[in-house]
Design a protein. Structure first.
Length: 114
């Protein structure tokens, strides 16, 4: 349980540094543990969802999913802890006027090199 408490404390420390500009249009607004098993990240994208075609939205989601999976694979300790506690990550993306998409990462579904 100590490791889980450390994770919650780490997430709270990270959340205290937010909002954080990640790139020209993306802000990470919130990080925390929700539902008892989900490391939840909320991002705001400075675009109107209506300005994106379905194709561009799907392309953006696929690119972000790939980047998030690569980033997760670089954190073996986090993945091991997520497996141990049966946690997963949810990355929730909001546009100016609506939800863009949500990406869930489950450690057992990642195919990390190595």
């Amino acid at each position: 349980m100590a490791q889980q408490a450390l994770l919650v404390e780490h997430l709270a420390q990270l959340d205290a540094t937010l909002p954080k500009q990640l790139d020209a249009i993306t802000i990470l607004e919130y990080v925390g543990l929700t539902y008892g098993d989900t490391i939840f990240y909320r991002y705001r994208i400075d675009l109107a969802a209506s300005s994106l075609s379905e194709e561009r939205k799907a392309s953006m989601e696929a690119r972000i999913r790939r980047d998030l999976e690569q980033l997760a694979c670089k954190e073996p300790q986090l993945l091991a802890m997520m497996r141990r506690f049966k946690f997963h990550q949810e990355h929730y993306y909001l546009a100016r006027n609506s939800t863009l998409f949500s990406i869930e990462l489950h450690p057992e579904q990642l195919s990390c090199p190595g």
